[in-house]
Design a protein around this ligand. Sequence first.
Ligand code: URA
Length: 435
Amino acid sequence: MRMYDLIEKKKEGGVLSTEEIQWMIKGYTADQIPDYQMSAMLMAICFQGMNEQETLDLTLAMRDSGEVLDLSAIHGVKVDKHSTGGVGDKTSLVLGPVIAALGVPVVKMSGRGLGHTGGTIDKLECFRGFQTGLSDQKFFENVNRIRLAIAGQTAELAPADKKLYALRDVTATVAQRSLIASSIMSKKLASGSDAIVLDVKTGNGAFMKNEEDAIALARTMVRIGNMAGKKTAAIVTDMSQPLGDMVGNSLEVIEAIQALNGNGPEDLMDDVYALGSYMLLFAGAAADRNQAVRKMKDVIASKQALHKMAEFVEAQGGDPAQVYDPSLLPQAAHKIPVYAAGDGYICGMETEQIGVACMLLGGGRRIKDDVIDPAVGIELVHKKGAYVKKGDILSYIYANDLEKAGEAKALLQKSYTFSDTEYTAPETIHEVITE
Ligand code: URA
């Protein structure tokens, strides 16, 4: 086979065979196919697309480019949850302990934040001593004992995706549905869980700005998961404003702990219950979604989920005292109010820019090797639909550096749009896709 011929075929709108896709991914992972040829192929895919079979073949070839975890040493139906990424998304920090408290094993590989979006690993590292690089043995031991482990993704998992993603990032070929779906699902399938629940974000803080694109991506991923023999559901959720009221690592951990104490903001809890109900259904731990939601509410009300969080933090080397007293988590030196410049209903928020403001404070990474400040971030006092008067506090900035705070403040102030007429905030859950 020659890569030249495959590029030509795709350029002309042809369909790549299973063997051709496998050969291409194997060759690229082994550095036998150069970046310039793969770049041309990616661009051809962007213009011509891939059909369902090609997308599945690509996903499976990427999954098989590295280690595929065997989780059979963990008892029970293992469920994984994945978000396509957004601002203020601390759902995993609440869901993990809630689902584990109900006896269902949660096995999760998470990433770090990059650009305007946050990452679960950075948030968990707010706990003193918390380890995310667990050995396989420790990982299995923890899940069998406490039903929850969250680890950083290893380099051995879907290495083809690692190379391809870096190439897509610099060749303007990220935003193609088959490429995104295969990238996400190859890693999920390699992680070895039995069921997958996807949170596909849509809106101006998400990867998929447009709802139709988000729904189409969700359908593609669900089909791939089901065809690969995993129970899969996708919930398309709102990211036209940050999720919850806190943006920033330590602040989001504090908000997640509040949620586990029964005081979570409504949009965050809607997200938790929608995703969690499918996790419980797939695991056979609830008869229907209503019962699943009731069970989740019960383990929050009884504090079992909060205790599970403390147990989980301790099992991964962190300090459980910080779960019971969040004031022990990293705290910023300055809390600076941002005031409304006029009267009106908040009808728009530049979600991505709010994520960028957090990054400017030091809470996120511009480049992969940036060191983050866990304490900084933003508290949103008002969100979409609220009526504010000139001089009301819109949000607070938590900063350690006053110069950076000034930059973030200017950006935040521009991030709100106001209207004279009443405005209703969008629902958190837009669509549920199971087949
Ligand atoms: N997240 C991924 O892992 N891959 C993509 O292509 C997009 C988002």
